[in-house]
Design a protein around this ligand. Structure first.
Ligand code: OAA
Ligand code: MG
Length: 542
């Protein structure tokens, strides 16, 4: 089974751990055992296995990373694909090359390798599973059908969410197969809107850690904390401090649902291995009184640290991440409040591979949506007038990307293209007379105009062709506002981007009804298709 230098591993198992590039990595009491041979030793439950039926050969052991190639199919998981995740959705034998994978009972409890009833007869023999499973062997296809059937029985979305999380903890291959095959149905469960409710109730539904929690208590020890996470070859981190979870505000440590959900999308939609993804929540306290009084709250019970104390913990984290995972680690900032989001992006933008999803990720998707909408509208972005409700991360991030794109398309200077874009915040239209008191990220949008307080008045004054909601405030695109857009435009473009559904500026139904079916509508959280007159409108999710 081992084709390469097997005796070296067998004789000196510690060398496997010791050869990892990270010198500080703990030497686990790992033993190299060929499952199925008399050599088997269950004493520490931590085995490197090759199976009797495994046709894999260990082609390379470089820097401690194994590349597994199946000589029959030629399928390679590639360097570091220790769990065979690159072929996770294919029905193929388990080949658990790993530094610390157990067989038998422990294998059934390892979500990376567990296949449940889909373990074949041969696998049941070679992995010591006989008797631990009922006799029937079913296909992964049937498992998917069964899970989907079960999930559809639940009426309450949060129950569906919990069933999905439970599956992720139990059988990761099946979780991703189910999600990938049923994206439209299950994305609203593992991500917005249901993930919002999950975060609100995270303390009650919490069962097992799905990522790393770093709190003020860990100051000075962040590197050690990161090293407690079992995966070493992390490529992408999604990190939040929980202060602005979707449009729901400060959910403190309960924000963990967001990095977990976002990283499920990295795998299901982006093809990144689950083991290369690390969800992180940084807990510096919360200003949410309800949570501080909630007996089931899982975070620090204190007000949020700010200023130097906050900056120091974040800096220690950013430094430790590079130390532990190298220069090329991608860090996605997610759902930080405005005041930290812009500063962190600026501070670490040149030293780390970072982006802020709410400023930059959202902007790129919305720009794509607008470019698509131009096909219905005719003309180009430069012909449009834009009005935003909400001048935070998403609003100013999208506005800036639109201005850049128009500048690129027309060769007009950025200062000029910005003038096509107007933003309304909680105090009304952003205009030059407010310049002094504006936060720095709003200043580029303070154009010459008399003050306007209400959104509907701003619509009538600016006469936008495109209205974009990034306010985090539900039902703010009122009938009056949508009707004003519809009276100004043959095809008003209306994007209600705030999440979850409860915070959406208007519903799809409202946008279509109040514009007599003329609106080009898209939203941040999904809406069902809506029948109006003879047409069925299918709203896009941006
Ligand atoms: O990307 C998304 O789903 C939107 C998002 O980050 C948010 O609402 O905070
Ligand atoms: Mg976000």
């Amino acid at each position: 089974m081992f084709s390469l230098n097997r005796s070296a591993f067998l004789n000196n198992p510690a060398s496997i751990s010791g050869s990892f590039p990270d010198k500080h990595r703990r030497i686990l009491p790992t033993r190299v055992v060929v499952a199925g041979s008399s050599n088997r030793d269950k004493s520490n439950g931590s085995l490197l296995m090759a199976t009797d039926e495994s046709t894999a050969t260990l082609k390379e052991m470089r820097d401690g990373y194994a590349e597994v190639v199946d000589p029959k199919s030629g399928v390679s998981g590639g360097v570091q694909d220790v769990y065979g995740e690159d072929t996770a959705t294919e029905d193929q034998p388990v080949t658990p090359w790993s530094v610390s994978v157990a067989s038998g009972y422990s294998l059934l409890r390892d979500p990376h390798h567990n296949k449940g009833l889909a373990f074949s007869e041969k696998e049941r023999n070679s992995h010591y599973l006989r008797g631990l499973l009922p006799p029937t062997v079913i296909s992964q296809e049937l498992q998917v059908k069964k899970m989907l059937h079960n999930i559809r029985q639940y009426q309450v979305p949060l129950q569906k969410y919990m069933a999905m999380m439970d599956l992720q903890e139990r059988n990761q291959k099946l979780f991703y197969k189910l999600l990938i095959d049923n994206v439209e149905e299950l994305l609203p469960i593992v991500y917005t809107p249901t993930v919002g409710e999950a975060c609100q109730k995270y303390g009650s539904i919490y069962s097992r850690p799905q990522g790393v929690f770093i709190s003020l208590k860990d100051k000075g020890k962040v590197l050690e904390v990161l090293r407690n996470w079992p995966e070493k070859n992390i490529q992408v981190i999604v990190v939040t401090d929980g202060e602005r979870i979707l449009g729901l505000g400060d959910l403190g440590c309960h924000g963990m649902g967001i990095p977990v959900g976002k990283l499920s999308l990295y795998t299901a939609l982006g093809g990144i291995r689950p083991s290369a993804c690390l969800p992180v929540t940084i807990d510096v306290g919360t200003n949410n009184e309800k949570l501080l009084d909630d007996e089931f709250y899982i975070g620090l019970r204190q007000k949020r640290a700010i200023g130097q104390e906050y900056a120091e913990l974040l800096h220690e984290f950013m430094t430790a991440v590079k130390q532990n995972y190298g220069e090329r680690i991608l860090i996605q900032f997610e759902d930080f409040a405005n005041h930290n989001a812009f500063d962190l992006l600026e501070k670490y933008g040149t030293t780390h591979l970072v982006f802020n999803d709410d400023i930059q990720g959202t902007a790129s998707v919305v720009l794509a949506g607008l470019i698509s909408a131009m096909k219905f509208l005719g003309g180009s972005l430069a012909d449009q007038r834009f009005l935003f409700l909400g001048a935070g991360e998403a609003g100013t991030g999208i506005a800036e990307l639109i201005a850049l794109e128009i500048s690129k398309q027309t060769n007009m200077p950025l200062e000029e293209t910005r003038k096509k874009i107007w933003l309304v915040d909680s105090k009304g239209l952003i205009v030059s007379s407010r310049l002094e008191s504006l936060q720095h990220f709003k200043k580029p949008w303070a154009h010459e105009h008399e003050p306007v307080k209400e959104l509907v008045d701003a619509v009538n004054a600016i006469k936008p062709t495109i209205l974009i909601g990034t306010s985090g405030q539900g039902r703010t695109f009122t009938k009056e506002v949508v009707e004003a857009m519809a009276s100004l435009n043959e095809k008003p473009i209306i994007f209600s981007l705030s999440n979850p559904t409860s915070q959406s500026e208007c519903t799809a139904e409202e946008a279509y009804t109040w514009s007599q079916g003329r609106a080009i509508f898209a939203s941040g959280s999904p809406f069902d298709p809506f029948e109006y007159g003879d047409n069925v409108f299918v709203p896009g999710q941006v």
